[in-house]
Design a protein around this ligand. Structure first.
Ligand SMILES: NC(=O)c1ccc[n+]([C@@H]2O[C@H](COP(=O)([O-])OP(=O)(O)OC[C@H]3O[C@@H](n4cnc5c(N)ncnc54)[C@H](O)[C@@H]3O)[C@@H](O)[C@H]2O)c1
Length: 261
């Protein structure tokens, strides 16, 4: 409040974290464009439909919305219970095409915040494996790449690893060419409509174990302020980062376990 109104695109604004993000900025007085597959009543200034699996619809969206935006929050995502091609197209390729299309439409000093996931854990060990996916820039190439992968490896994790890796690689180029920062937010399990699908695809026991470790699942209200911060001028020197918002359960996994107290 009291600040200059900002212009914010929230992709995946129809439900869950995206709906919470759009409502948050809208209630702060910002101009919010809410984009989703389906019509919805998320509080926003304007609503547009777009199927992020379809590059032509993304191009149509981008052509229609003009420029002068301050933030792209790409929150849309589908779980591992969806067809593998859809998971990669929405969580990775759609994000990439939307982001690259938005860069010239964002003001200098603006930001991109993509919602990835703690399911991207291990992306550092998969940089070589993901090279082919990061070389794929259209749906057919993505499907061809996926067809050659081990079907036992969870495609949702692959999609989020690609989102983190892509964003980290893009960050310095976006900064140098456009003065735009690019970061990702990686939630742990969060109470939204998608959680049941995660229990199916990842295993309820695994998610219950996470809950037992940190005491509860996240709520949308735990995630939105981190998206807000990364998208704000207060984060002006934060670029190319992936921020886990998970109550802390992931951190000890890569550092040899927790300190006993
Ligand atoms: N909920 C969790 O436990 C959790 C944990 C980690 C990461 N995430 C990520 O958070 C993000 C938001 O998920 P959520 O939990 O709010 O789920 P959600 O299902 O409530 O919201 C996802 C939104 O994406 C939209 N979407 C899906 N496919 C689309 C398409 N083809 N075109 C346009 N829009 C499409 C949906 O319509 C929906 O509004 C996702 O990227 C998800 O992977 C969620």
């Amino acid at each position: 409040m009291g600040q200059e109104q900002r212009r914010i695109v929230v992709v995946g604004a129809g439900s869950g974290i995206g709906a919470g993000t759009a409502a948050h900025f809208h209630s702060a007085g910002d101009h919010v464009l809410a984009v989703d597959l389906c019509d919805n009543d998320t509080p926003a200034t304007e609503h547009r439909r777009c199927d992020l699996r379809d590059p032509a619809q993304i191009a149509e969206l981008l052509a229609a919305i003009g420029d002068g935006w301050d933030l792209l929050a790409y929150v849309a995502g589908v779980p591992g219970t969806a067809p593998a091609a859809d998971v990669l197209k929405v969580n990775y390729l759609g994000m990439r095409l939307t982001t690259e299309g938005m860069l010239p439409r964002l003001r200098t000093g603006g930001a991109v915040v993509t919602v990835a996931s703690v399911a991207a854990l291990g992306w550092q060990q998969r940089i070589a494996d993901l090279a082919g996916l990061l070389a794929a820039t259209d749906p057919a190439a993505v499907e061809t790449w996926q067809a050659a992968q081990d079907p036992a490896y969870p495609v949702y994790s692959t999609s989020k690893q690609a989102a983190v890796l892509y964003s980290k690689r893009l960050a310095i180029a976006a900064w140098q060419k456009y003065g735009i920062r690019v970061n990702t937010v990686s939630p742990g399990p969060t109470e939204t409509p998608i959680l049941g699908d995660f229990e199916t695809s990842m295993g309820k026991e695994l998610l219950d174990g996470v809950k037992a470790t940190v005491g509860r699942h996240a709520t949308v209200a735990d995630i939105v302020p981190v998206i807000d911060f990364l998208g704000s001028p207060a984060a002006r020197w934060v670029n190319g980062q992936d921020i886990h918002v998970d109550g802390g359960f992931v951190a000890p996994m890569s550092v040899g376990g927790p300190i006993p107290l």
